[in-house]
Ligand binder design. Sequence first.
Ligand SMILES: Cc1ncc(C[n+]2csc(CCOP(=O)(O)OP(=O)(O)O)c2C)c(N)n1
Ligand code: SF4
Ligand SMILES: [Mg+2]
Length: 282
Amino acid sequence: MITLAEPIKVKDWKSDVKPIWCPGCGDYGVLNSLLKALSDLKLDPDHVAIASGIGCSGRFPAFVNAYGFHGVHGRALPLATGIKTANPELTVFAVGGDGDAFSIGGGHLPHAARRNVDVTYVVMDNEIYGLTKGQPSPTSPIGMERKASPYGTYDAPLNPIAMVLSYGASFVARGFSSQPRELTELIKRGVQHQGFSFIQVMSPCVTFFDTYAYFKEITAPMPESHDPSDRMAAMQLALERTQYLGVFYEDNRPPHHVHMEELQEKAGNHLTLEKLLERFQR
Ligand SMILES: Cc1ncc(C[n+]2csc(CCOP(=O)(O)OP(=O)(O)O)c2C)c(N)n1
Ligand code: SF4
Ligand SMILES: [Mg+2]
């Protein structure tokens, strides 16, 4: 992590592009928390990259004064993996929505987690497809009635925290967009963690599924007695109806790019681009 002697102020982390989210969208709280985390950590905008897929939440990189890549739907993690592997000195984020992360992009999540790619993945979970005007997502509750599901949904929602714990993510946490101070601290811990940091953020969509009251009712602080090195205890908490806010799990195994460096060394650096080109030019 490359840091500066003096922090960049939050206002200077904001780009010239003004967010066009609906007034009251939870994603504003997530953006402000992330900008505050960047400032608090004294990060250097020249060494921060943010990758996203598609969705209201996918617009995120445009609003931050850092490198950004607004990619195609569901591909935030492959992008972030490539960026981090090629440039290990960068602090890399992936951001997006529940549809992007768990529907179309759902196949990438287990592999980023098990590889322990050193990326902080912030998923803004509004339990709906916001951008496309309110279709059910993999985290929508059973019975959700909307224009695209006029008789209510029947499919059981995924449990993102239980899922990534079983995938082997080395940092697993949950925040709420209405608790920006706590969310800032979670993002800071996620960035400082060397490995795959998954942060599910409850972030309501006021326009198509206003869950503010429901999220307030169902969330609670992480029990103080919880030991984040205990994966079984983390899984038990993840399976409860209460949506605990805080760090569920953390372990400190080496991240993916360290393994890649080891691999290159073991192969006697035969894998460099120059050496490959040389072979083909012979
Ligand atoms: C390949 C592809 N399929 C479908 C779409 C249409 N699409 C755009 S965003 C989206 C879902 C967005 O939901 P989510 O990821 O939860 O983000 P939110 O808008 O809720 O933040 C869909 C299905 C697309 N852009 N590309
Ligand atoms: S449609 Fe929903 S998720 Fe999208 S900007 Fe508006 S409130 Fe936010
Ligand atoms: Mg969504």
